[in-house]
Every structure is written in C-alpha cells, then in structure tokens.
Design a protein around this ligand. Structure first.
Ligand code: SAM
Length: 362
C-alpha cells in the first residue's frame, strides 16, 4: 500500500481530552480588546456570524442529504433594520467582527443594505461574507461599495464535473468568475473554503493548494462535520486535515506558519515558500476549536446560538417589540451568554439540534 493510501486510511480522530481553557488562549482570540461578552469559562466573544437566510441555491451533498427535511421553516427572516438593531446591541457589548452567512446570503436582494447597516455600526471593525459565489461576479463591486471588507467563497473542487456532482447543480466557471471579481473589487483577503471529502479522490486538495503558489488566494480546508441529518454519511466521506497536510507537503514542500496578524478564527494557516497565498486547516474535532472559541451566532429568524452544535437557541426577536429594545437585548444577551457550553460533543456523537449547516452557515 502506498504511503498516501496509508495516510488516508488513518484519519486522526482523537477523542476529546478534558477542556482546559486558559486565560492565555482566551486572550489570543480577542484581538479587539474590550468586550463585555465574557462567558463562564473566561472566553471573550468578539466575533459574530449572522445567518441572513436559510435558503440556498445549491444542494451540496454533504450539507443537505437527499433525505433531509427542507425547508427548515417559514420565510420570516430578520429585516435589515432588525439585523441592525440586534447586531448593534452585540456591538455595544463587544462584538468587533461580523460574518454574514446563510443559507446563501447572495439570494437576498437586500444584502447590500444589510452590509451597509451592519458596517456603519459603531464598534464593527470588519465585515466578511461567506458565499457559494453564485452571483458574486455581478455583486462584488456593489458589496464593496456598501462596506463589505472581505469574502470567503466555498469551493470544494476545481474539477467542473465533480463540482457539479458535489453541489448537485453548481457551475464552477460562474463561481470562479465571482472569485476573480472579488479580487478585482478588493474584497481581500479572498479565502476559498473547501470541505475535505475522502471520495474526492485525487487532486481536489492539491489543485486548490496549488492556486496559492501564484495567486493571493487563501484556501481553508475544513474537516467534514456530522449534523443530525448527515452523520450516517460522515465516516465514509471524512478525510482529516493531517492526512491532507502530509499529501500537500510531499507534493509542494514544507508549509511554514503564515502570520496574518492576531489569530481570529479556528484555522491554522501556513504558506509554501514564496507563495502569495496561504493554506489553512480547520479541525473541528480537535478541542482547541472550543477552547479558543470567540464566537456567537445569530440565526436568520433572530435567535442567538451559543455553539454551532448546541441543542437550543435563544429568541431575541420578541425583544424588538419591547419599550426599550436596546436595553432588553443587552441584558438578555449577557444573561444567556453564561450558558455557552465548554465544548461541543461531536466526538461523542452529539450533534445538538443542527440538521444542516444551511440553517446557520457553519
Ligand atoms: N452558502 C454559503 C457558503 O457556501 O459559504 C454559506 C453557508 S455554507 C452552509 C457555509 C460553509 O459550511 C460552506 O463552506 C460549506 O461547505 C460548509 N459546510 C456545509 N456542511 C458542512 C459539513 N457537514 N461539514 C463541514 N462544513 C460544512
């Protein structure tokens, strides 16, 4: 058996060790400084992911399995003004960086307005977007003008047929045009998110990593995560970041740590010698993912989610109808924050109530 085959057959699936959250790890996740959002484990929360819709124009096989129940609910998504009020309260408490996600955020026609309102909020230093890139070619300049700072585009393969197979309907050329448009509009750094899939066979990861050798693109490899609807798919499709890193280094040479300023997310980033881009690895099953967690999530219908794999959410929308919504939001957020769990229970097979990433955007 080749070295490669051996590597791929031994995914690094370490059991979770008991979580130890030190002040240091919590500190390193808080480049923004002051925040009143400190949970019961001392983690400082400065990063918010806002889902603006749970609808998507793709049907990625690992995200929404054939038998998953969809849609997840009605279309009563938060309006731009409601998003502004809720994110405003979170910004006053200490959120500094926001990512708009979905579903697919570009399916919302009012996305530029959402961008404008969120970016204008005092305290918001950086606004990013996660998208599948469909429509980005057209919208990139408008989103940039509205205040968007950067984008992550999901791209699991550079092979057009395989791309269509994975997404069930996507056109790689169209998405690639979106990537070029994002670079041209200055929505940088442009990151490409790739979920690692064992059935991808040869070359997906290699081809994506090769992009970083001559373009300022930043590929982030993400280990496949189970959800309530797809856990049965996970064992056959799972491919570890460790296995892929070994493959990439044997092909392109050693990866050196890539320093793009204070670490703000779960990816560990590296660079090949002389490359303008970088490659990063997101390993949700490792427990540093939780120990360094600096994030909160807002669902498209206005609920606060404290952990991607939590089994409950906290509705904030009703507070918008109270006499003093700002004060009500702040006190409710500070109260429920203390319930943020120490870690997810993925390795114990507990996926919380998350049916698909489409519901909340990862
Ligand atoms: N539509 C946007 C996009 O494509 O980036 C935002 C939502 S999408 C659900 C966010 C990310 O979650 C994508 O990069 C997608 O590949 C990833 N994702 C979906 N299901 C996943 C799973 N089971 N494990 C790991 N990542 C997943």
């Amino acid at each position: 058996m080749s070295r490669l085959a051996i590597l791929e057959q031994s995914p690094a699936r370490r059991p979770l060790a008991p979580l130890a959250i030190s002040a240091e790890t919590a500190e390193s996740a808080d480049p923004g400084g002051e925040t009143r959002l400190i949970d019961s484990f001392g983690r400082r929360l400065t990063y918010l992911r806002v889902s603006v819709t749970d609808r998507c124009n793709l049907r990625c096989t690992y995200c929404l399995p054939e038998d998953a129940e969809f849609p997840f609910g009605d279309r009563a998504f938060l309006s731009p003004a409601e998003i502004e009020t809720i994110v405003g309260a979170l910004a006053r408490l200490g959120i500094r960086r926001v990512r708009l996600t979905g579903g697919e955020p570009l399916v919302r026609r009012d996305l530029p307005e959402i961008v404008r309102r969120v970016k204008a909020l005092p305290g918001i230093e950086n606004l990013a977007l996660s998208t599948n890139g469909i429509g980005l070619a057209r919208l990139a300049p408008e989103l940039k003008a509205a205040g968007l700072d950067r984008v992550n585009v999901s791209m699991d393969s550079l092979d057009p047929e395989r791309f269509r197979e994975i997404t069930r309907r996507g056109n790689l050329a169209e998405v690639w045009e979106g990537v070029e448009a994002a670079l041209a509009a200055g929505l940088e750094p442009v990151k490409l998110n790739a979920v690692l899939l064992a059935d991808g066979g040869d070359g997906d990861a290699e081809r994506l990593a090769a992009l970083t050798l001559d373009r300022p693109l930043h590929v982030r490899f993400i280990e496949l995560m189970g959800t309530a609807s797809n856990q049965h798919l996970q064992p056959e499709r799972y491919l570890s970041c460790d296995a892929v890193r070994a493959r990439l280094e044997s092909r392109f040479g050693p990866l050196a740590p890539f320093d793009s300023g204070p670490r703000t997310g779960p990816a560990k980033a590296f660079q090949f010698a002389g490359a303008p881009g970088s490659v990063g690895f997101i390993t949700p099953l490792s427990h540093t993912f939780c120990a360094e967690c600096n994030r909160l999530r807002l669902t498209a219908r206005g609920e606060l989610r404290l952990c991607l794999f939590a089994d409950r959410v906290y509705p904030l929308r009703p507070l918008l109808a109270t006499p003093d919504p700002d004060a009500a939001l702040e006190s409710e957020i500070l109260r429920v924050l203390q319930e943020k769990p120490a870690e997810h229970m993925l390795t114990q097979g507990n996926y919380g109530n998350l049916v698909s990433f489409m519901q909340i955007g990862g």
